[in-house]
Design a protein. Structure first.
Length: 276
């Protein structure tokens, strides 16, 4: 009887360790957060899913996903840019359907043809490729951008629809892209490790016949460790219908998000990351 109990405990431990849709980031993939401290509960939606983004047996970043709005709340990653090709294949998250499905992100085609998942069943749990067809003035905007990663597998991992929001195409290709590709390079000079969280504030408009929310704002915050005695931070926010990005302190962004989300005081990083 004791032996059977031990087997049950071991089996439950193995299941927990292998789950990609997890119960908390602190216990499953804390390495993507400064001092292993994720944002507080003020950002949590009504129907959250915590995803340790797994591709080819490696975790590359973490995403808090809003099952109801079918967009990510935020994605958290470590900034490690490098040269490389931009992937073209889009992936989805099998474990949003249920815990018995593969833990690694997969192509829609693979789930439909090898795991007997219907498109209807897949679409109940998340956004699908069809939701982003025939967009006008919008495109698929990465929260965690592929250009902030240095090898093909890490870039490929960002091409999951759980890391994508409907983004104003002028903003995505203009001021937001300038921030991702130019401002980040300047700001991260001297940084040993830069922790980044990029998020989307749900808006009042939708695409795909009301299935997928179009965010009202996109935001990004970075906490950079220069050495043991010096940590610096910065942040930006953009309205998702204007080609403008506003540079802020971390404290200013947290105050702004506290107002926009209306769920209490927002904290994005551990208190050692400077707010001024």
């Amino acid at each position: 009887m004791l032996w059977l109990l031990l087997l049950q405990v071991l089996a439950s431990c193995l299941c927990l360790g292998h789950s990609e849709v997890v119960k908390s980031f602190e216990t499953s993939c804390p390495q993507f957060f400064f001092r292993e401290t994720p944002p507080n509960e003020a950002l949590e939606p009504q129907k959250p899913a915590w995803i340790c983004q797994l591709y080819k047996n490696q975790y590359y970043f973490a995403t808090l996903y809003d099952r109801k709005m079918r967009i990510p709340v935020y994605s958290a990653y470590i900034y490690q840019p490098g040269p490389g090709k931009r992937p073209k294949t889009w992936l989805v998250e099998p474990q949003l359907i249920g815990p018995t499905y593969p833990k690694s992100m997969e192509k829609e085609w693979t789930l439909l043809n090898h795991y007997n998942v219907t498109l209807e069943k897949l679409s109940q749990s998340q956004a699908i490729l069809h939701d982003y067809k025939n967009l006008t003035g919008l495109n698929r905007g990465h929260l965690n951008p592929n250009g902030h990663h240095g090898d093909y597998s890490s870039r490929m991992a960002t091409f999951t629809l759980t890391n994508i929001v409907p983004q104003d195409e002028k903003l995505n290709g203009g001021a937001w892209n300038n921030y991702e590709q130019q401002t980040m390079i300047r700001r991260t000079q001297g940084c040993k490790t830069t922790y980044v969280i990029v998020g989307a504030v749900p808006g009042n408009n939708y695409i795909a016949k009301g299935r997928v929310n179009k965010p009202s704002h996109l935001w990004s915050a970075a906490c950079c460790v220069v050495d043991n005695n010096y940590i610096k931070a910065w942040a930006v926010i953009a309205e998702n219908d204007k080609n403008q990005v506003q540079l802020l302190t971390l404290g200013e962004l947290e105050d702004t998000l506290t107002e926009l989300y209306g769920r209490g005081e927002v904290s994005l990083f551990d208190s050692d990351c400077p707010r001024e």
